[in-house]
Write a protein that binds this ligand. Structure first.
Ligand code: AMP
Ligand code: MG
Length: 391
């Protein structure tokens, strides 16, 4: 058995980074920017007023000074002339500041009579002008790779990009295996259960940038599994669920090998999730997950998400670990790294009492995986422990 970090390192060596494509800006949120983009213009392109008021020359801005209003500058409609001595231009937010002006006096600080204004206050040091290029200048760079957040989309739009270079979404094929499985919504016979983690994994992968296909359930015989594998042709990542242990019905490793899987490893020293296999299968990366619902989901967080991020050109790093204070004691841990379902709040973390790897109710109530290193000693309440957020 290999450790979790060894398994992850081996998985990273199997990853091929996705090709890139251009994506319309309006569909780019959540995608990964593949190459840096440069601003195509300067923003703001001109010195702009940040308030409604009067543009004047600051040298003349004494208390009670008077100015003649000679025109108007509104957003999208600049004042074409140049300010002379004793002159002011009525100006609005976002409008270009006229030549000859370097101060916008807000309208509340002015008394106006006809074409004449009088300043009612002293200068306060605020010009109320946004200089040209205050936000960014032509050629300024948005670095890549990065997951495009809504604020990045706004910035890319402002930089005048209508389409963005992004990594293609990895196509992920998910194969459930088992004679006992039926799809949600069907009527199970007394010996059957519903394929569940299949849908949890689809949700997990899609929330993190993959395009997933749930294939028909493969039955526990070679012919069925071979047929379903053939449907996965062309996928960037093939995930199988179940059939990965050593029972007579666990045929995934055998069938995958006969279809060309170059198996990189099998079995990882972790709890839940020991029977995990991975390797390259033609153009696809194949990861075989254990069938137990929680095991499969935990492996999704620990292995599949980092792999997916690496396929999307993001740094090859494990799931981010945070720390919290243990709110109760824990017994010593065995030789396998244990990912305990847990809840954390206000810096404290509590492991669920029941840790059976078949309990989706407990997983659904948990927002963290509390990590027990292999052979960790018993821990007392108040000690710091590491966890991974799964909310
Ligand atoms: P296996 O690895 O095939 O021995 O499966 C281990 C356990 O997980 C068994 O109880 C299976 O019924 C269950 N199981 C396998 N695949 C799924 C699935 N897709 N959804 C829910 N349970 C599953
Ligand atoms: Mg099975």
């Amino acid at each position: 058995m290999i450790s979790v970090s060894e398994a992850l390192s081996m998985l990273f060596t199997l990853v091929r980074v996705q090709e890139t494509e251009m994506c319309p800006l309006s569909l780019s949120a959540g995608r990964v920017l593949a190459t840096p983009i440069a601003a195509k213009l300067t923003q703001p392109p001109f010195a702009a007023s940040s308030m409604d008021g009067y543009a004047i020359n600051s040298i003349e801005a004494d208390l009670h000074a008077q100015f003649v209003v000679v025109g108007e500058s509104a957003a999208g409609h600049r004042f074409e002339g140049k300010l002379g001595a004793g002159q002011a231009v009525r100006i609005f937010t976002g409008a270009p500041v006229p030549e000859g002006a370097d101060l916008v006096v807000i309208q509340e600080d002015v008394e106006r009579r006809g074409k004449l204004i009088t300043l009612l206050t002293e200068k306060d040091g605020n010009s109320n002008i946004r200089p040209a290029g205050q936000d960014f200048c032509t050629g300024d760079i948005m670095p890549a790779p990065r997951v495009l957040a809504p604020s990045d989309i706004a910035l890319a739009a402002s930089m005048n990009h209508a389409n963005l270079p992004v990594f293609k979404k990895p196509v992920v094929a998910i194969i459930s295996t088992g004679d006992e499985l039926v799809q949600p919504g069907e009527s199970p016979t007394p010996d059957q259960i519903i394929a569940s983690n299949t849908y949890g994994l689809k949700a997990l992968m899609e929330a993190n940038g993959a395009e997933t296909r749930i294939l028909p359930i493969a039955r526990d015989n070679r012919a069925s599994l071979e047929t379903i594998f053939s449907l996965a042709d062309g996928a960037d990542l093939i995930i199988t669920i179940g059939g990965a242990s050593v029972g007579e019905h666990d045929i995934v490793a055998d069938v995958a090998a006969s279809l060309g899987l170059e198996q990189s490893f099998y079995k990882v020293a972790m709890r839940p999730g020991k029977p995990l296999m991975a390797g390259r299968m033609g153009t696809s990366l194949m990861v075989g997950l254990p069938g137990n619902p929680v095991s499969a989901m935990v492996c999704g967080h620990i292995f599949l998400l980092p792999v997916l991020r690496a396929m999307l050109g993001l740094p090859k790093e494990p799931a981010k670990r945070l720390s919290a204070t243990l709110s109760h004691s824990l017994p010593s841990n065995g030789p396998r790294e244990h990912y305990m379902r847990a809840s954390q709040k206000d810096g404290y973390i509590k492991a669920a009492e029941r840790q059976d790897s078949a309990l989706l109710t407990i997983l659904s109530q948990s927002d963290a995986l509390l990590i027990r290193p292999p052979n960790d000693q018993a821990r007392a309440a108040g000690e710091q422990v590491e966890f991974i957020s799964i909310s």
